[in-house]
Design a protein around this ligand. Structure first.
Ligand code: HEC
Length: 241
């Protein structure tokens, strides 16, 4: 298998000098303060995690390549993090034109921060620690419980592809799932199971999405129906008794 770095010159063809300049640029950004890595992780989770797996970021997207696997060989070959960073920042700007990865999801400093974070953790064993461990809000282990027919299951306010609860419970009857989304990443709330599939409005920036259904006892799945979000983990289980 080709390493991620080995693929670059082939794709670039005549553009190689530009690529080398970009790689060199990445190489200059050697000393990223932790703040930038923290921001990079938040930005990665917000816009890249839907499509890519990266274990340190708890990202499980499967549309694009697994970024731990993509850089494992480069790490084993001793390729420097700064070179990997240059490649990632290049990819953010110039993804495969025939591919599905949108270009310029981030630019400038934000692109650099994301690249620095991915280069810092891709194919590295272990988990994020310190400021990086708390960079993104964690999902509550407590289930969201229905009150007066409504279950409140809010979206992660920092734009991660997550609800703040991964499980919920309700009593049978008319149940409304209500999701507030403070982030700028669009989300909805939807419910499926028992032959039912209902989807609420897509909202962002403080908007509220609701979905109401008459539920029999059983197990249902609540999820965000925006492309890639459920696959990235934006879903949970609703138990109706
Ligand atoms: C809509 C899905 C999608 C999103 C969002 C996305 N990517 Fe990708 N990415 C892909 C796909 C698919 C590929 C494989 C190449 C292609 O077909 O474009 C890819 C390739 C890559 C590669 C090259 C990996 C290799 O094997 O060489 C890197 C690095 C990468 N993406 C990083 C990112 C980063 C960082 C972000 C966030 C800024 C991001 N991607 C957002 C789908 C996505």
């Amino acid at each position: 298998m080709l390493t991620a770095l080995a693929r670059i010159p082939r794709r670039l063809g005549a553009l190689v000098p530009g690529a080398l300049a970009l790689l060199a640029l990445g190489g200059c950004a050697v000393k990223h303060p932790t703040g930038n890595l923290v921001r990079g992780k938040q930005l990665f989770v917000a816009k890249c995690a839907a499509c890519h797996t990266l274990s340190h970021a708890a990202a499980t997207g499967t549309v694009g390549p697994n970024l731990d696997d993509a850089f494992r060989q480069d790490r084993a070959d001793g390729v420097k993090s700064t070179s990997i960073e240059g490649l990632i920042s290049y990819w953010i700007q110039y993804p495969n034109k025939q591919g599905v990865m949108p270009a310029m999801l981030y630019n400038g400093q934000r692109a650099q921060d994301v690249a620095a974070y991915v280069a810092h953790v891709a194919a590295e064993p272990g988990q994020d620690t310190g400021a990086l461990a708390t960079a993104v809000a964690s999902v509550s282990q407590k289930p969201a419980v229905e009150k007066n027919g409504t279950v409140e299951i809010d979206a992660d306010p920092t734009g991660q592809l997550k609800f703040l609860a991964s499980s919920a419970s309700a009593t049978a009857g008319n149940v409304t799932l209500r999701m507030k989304n403070m982030s700028s990443t669009p989300h909805d709330i939807a419910i499926t199971g028992g032959g039912l599939n209902q989807v609420g409005a897509v909202v962002s920036g403080g908007g509220v999405s609701t979905v109401t259904a008459s539920l029999k006892p059983g197990t249902y799945t609540f999820y965000c129906s925006v492309d890639g979000h459920e696959a990235a983990g934006m879903k949970g289980t609703l138990t109706v008794k």
